[in-house]
Ligand binder design. Structure first.
Ligand code: BTN
Length: 252
């Protein structure tokens, strides 16, 4: 699976395919430590022996069934504290591309999981390097369940499970690259409020009352949005509270 990306301006114009590897994020970071690579460089594989997920977890994916790739961004004008915007543009790009294939609107579960109804279909792992106080290299790793139909995880789903037919992975990869590129270019041109609104429109559980687990126990509240650091803002009725990724878990 390795073809030329015709629709994008820079994402995937230089692409590399490995039949298998440890982790596309790790491979791309190793390459960056020894050579210069252009922005948009994309590395994809059919199988990862050591796929990495958020919060130190792994990412399991059947060989040859799904999309597993990492792309390189160089948002040199963004501050490290603004890196969460890259999670947002990547999630928006994936959700938008998926919507055009699924004909149904996916949700984004804060900060960046892509959900169909109540099941996770895609995850993003962003790894950054900082140079002189600015973001230098950003590796955006994406796993999307496409044609896998059985999972160990209870709440995982795939496009094939959802649609009942196998999907063309290359076409999807190109569409995702194109949609991420568009949202990324909006970010670079400062259109943060439009991006925030698009994110809010897709935000899982936003505006509904739900239960969350925090260090003190269970709390009930409603997701309002995110603050200027990308933290989750929840209204508990008596006021607003903000949580970072380690401080809160969605319950039901
Ligand atoms: C998550 O935990 O939701 C994030 C999963 C990210 C998985 C992708 S697969 C391609 C890239 N390489 C990795 O090792 N991880 C990311």
């Amino acid at each position: 699976m390795h073809k030329y990306f015709a629709k994008t301006l820079f994402i995937g114009k230089k692409a590399e395919y490995l039949p298998e590897c440890q982790s596309t994020n790790a491979e791309l970071r190793t390459r960056l430590s020894i050579q210069k690579l252009p922005e948009g460089y994309l590395l994809h594989t059919d199988y990862q022996h050591n796929g990495r997920g958020q919060r130190g977890s792994g990412w399991e994916s059947e060989a040859g069934a799904n999309l597993l790739f990492s792309l390189l961004l160089k948002p040199s004008k963004l501050l490290p504290s603004e890196a969460y915007w890259l999670n947002i543009v990547a999630a928006l790009g994936i959700a938008e591309a998926l919507e055009s294939h699924l004909h149904e609107a996916p949700y984004i579960k804060w900060p960046n999981d892509i959900y169909i109804h109540d099941s996770k279909i895609s995850g993003i792992l962003i790894e950054t390097s900082i140079d002189q106080g600015k973001l230098a290299h950003v590796v955006v790793g994406i796993g999307l369940n496409v044609n896998q139909t059985s999972f160990f995880e209870e709440n995982a789903t795939s496009m094939a499970l959802h649609m009942g037919t196998l999907q063309d992975r290359q076409a999807l990869l190109e569409d995702i690259a194109l949609c991420i590129e568009r949202w990324y270019l909006k970010l670079l041109s400062g259109e943060k409020e439009q991006i925030r609104q698009a994110y809010y429109d897709r935000m899982y559980w936003r505006g509904e009352r739900h239960t969350f687990e925090i260090s003190e126990g269970l709390v009930h509240g409603e997701i309002i949005g995110i603050d200027q650091y990308g933290n989750l803002v929840i209204s508990h009725g008596t006021g607003l509270s903000t949580y970072d990724i380690k401080a809160i878990r969605f319950v039901n």
